[in-house]
Write a protein that binds this ligand. Structure first.
Ligand SMILES: [Zn+2]
Length: 195
């Protein structure tokens, strides 16, 4: 087996690489060429293409101007950030169950915020609180996902010292609708032992 003398990739790596006479792989050679590119120029070209598609979507009265396949990982999140916040696109995000998530996990994620929205429909007098809860749940889920990715854990325990000031406020704000909804449930079902 041959290995690249620079990055130590094996010659049977996927996607296929080639190792030249100097023992350097095609991946490393491509990387050398990157510094020859005029990245500002290429970004201008990219912006032009994006403007074209934004205009097309707008003229056709379409809600989305592009599709981004997302896994929930950092690569696709970064693409979404660029598309939305930097280039002002409105992407449709698509994902599929890659079978590593448990069935119950997926159902829980989909159901919890939907359940609060359903309650808002059934009990319109408290709709605002239920809607805030649906939102709070999604915020908590995001914190948990980020924490889990960072520490390779289930993200259940947040390290408050690692949160930014803004994130701490966001986290704190999720507690008030949850407390309010607990009060509603307590009164509705006469639960004195609810804590
Ligand atoms: Zn290499």
């Amino acid at each position: 087996m041959k290995y690249c003398s620079r990055c130590l990739y094996p010659e049977n790596a996927r996607p296929t690489i080639f190792i030249d006479d100097e023992g350097v792989c095609s991946g490393c050679r491509n990387h050398e060429r990157e510094s020859d590119f005029d990245w500002d120029d290429r970004e201008k070209a990219l912006r032009k293409i994006l403007e074209e598609y934004k205009t097309k979507a707008k003229d056709a009265n379409q809600l989305y101007d592009c599709v981004i396949p997302v896994s929930g990982g950092k690569d696709s999140h970064y693409q979404v950030h660029l598309a939305k916040n930097v280039y002002g696109l409105n992407p449709l995000l698509v994902t599929y169950n890659h079978a590593y998530n448990t069935e119950i996990g997926v159902r829980n994620i989909n159901n919890t915020s939907n359940r609060f929205l359903k309650l808002a429909e059934l009990d319109p007098k408290n709709a605002l609180i239920y809607e805030a809860c649906a939102e709070a749940f999604l915020v908590l889920l995001k914190f948990r996902t980020e924490e889990g990715l960072k520490n390779n854990s289930d993200g259940r325990y947040l390290d408050l010292n690692e949160l930014s000031k803004l994130d701490k406020v966001k986290l704190k704000n999720t507690f008030s609708p949850i407390n309010e909804v607990q009060d509603i449930i307590k009164n509705k079902f006469q639960l004195t032992y609810f804590t």
